[in-house]
Design a protein around this ligand. Structure first.
Ligand SMILES: O=C(O)[C@H](O)[C@@H](O)[C@H](O)[C@H](O)COP(=O)(O)O
Length: 260
């Protein structure tokens, strides 16, 4: 297969003077990714994170260029709580995004709330949901998301992949669960590294001064191996960082001017 032995593309770093300009540019970027995906395949598959990420998608709300009915939305990670619990990533995305846009509810892939008592079953069910979406359409070993949007914690975790955790070495499963997350709540499911690293595009969003040291570590010292530094999409996949100048204060890694 062409390109299969190519090394990963280096990350592309965009740094913005304000959160508002980051949000605006992220919306433009997502629209471009949507267009490319719809032109090629007629659908747009995306995975969202929790934390501060949902509110960074505000630039999409009310934009007529977004073809919400063509989006298939999964979660990069989810906390094992009822869907109306304040800790739920699905609830955060619903409150900040889905309730404000015309997306068909069946295009949003939440965890099955009837399985909260059995993490193994719940993560298997989520994996099956992914298989239904991807397996017959793409013949790859792992799903190829058009876009995965990630946040980064102060310890360098991303999705629910935490430093030193055994899940960092998962090579097989698409979805895995953990019961000992250092960030509460402790029970979570997460897309695994092979899934994240097979996406066509992965975008990290990181803003604010609490990200300064971690961003410096991940971008300038990737050999330290923090979970966020292990996001290296296989060629021709591309990793992008959308950060603000505050978070990037110590970063030496070269910035790229944002343009589409
Ligand atoms: O469910 C979660 O907890 C998130 O998906 C998690 O991985 C998050 O993205 C990071 O912790 C960054 O969070 P902030 O963006 O709030 O810093």
């Amino acid at each position: 297969m062409a390109g299969v032995h190519q090394p990963p593309n280096p990350p592309i770093l965009f740094s913005f003077p304000s959160t508002d300009s980051l949000i605006e540019s992220l919306a433009l970027f997502i629209l471009r990714a949507q267009k490319d995906s719809l032109d090629k395949k007629g659908r747009f598959t995306i995975a969202l994170s929790g934390g501060s990420l949902p509110k960074m998608l505000g630039g999409l709300i009310g934009n007529p260029a977004v073809k919400w009915d063509k989006w298939q939305v999964f979660y990069a990670d989810e906390r094992i709580v009822p869907l109306n619990h304040p800790d739920s990533n699905h609830l955060a995305c619903t409150n900040l995004l889905f309730s404000k846009i015309p997306i068909p509810p069946e295009n949003i892939h939440a965890i099955d709330p009837s399985l909260l008592h059995d993490l193994e079953e719940l993560s298997d069910a989520y994996e099956k949901d992914l298989i239904r979406e991807f397996a017959q359409k793409d013949s790859a070993r792992f799903p190829v998301f058009d876009l995965i949007l990630l946040g980064m914690g102060p310890d360098g975790h991303t999705a629910s992949l935490f430093p030193g955790h055994v899940l960092l070495t998962e090579e097989d499963r698409w979805v895995a669960y953990i019961e000992d997350s250092p960030k509460p709540p402790p029970k979570r499911i997460t897309l695994t590294f092979p899934v994240i690293n097979h996406a066509a595009r992965v975008v990290f969003v990181a803003a604010g001064k609490e990200k300064v040291d971690t961003l410096n570590n991940v971008l300038d010292y990737p050999e330290n191996g923090l979970p966020s530094a292990r996001v290296k999409p296989v060629f021709p996949g591309q990793l992008y960082w959308f950060v603000d100048d505050t978070a990037a204060e110590k970063v030496q890694y070269p910035r790229t001017p944002f343009r589409l």
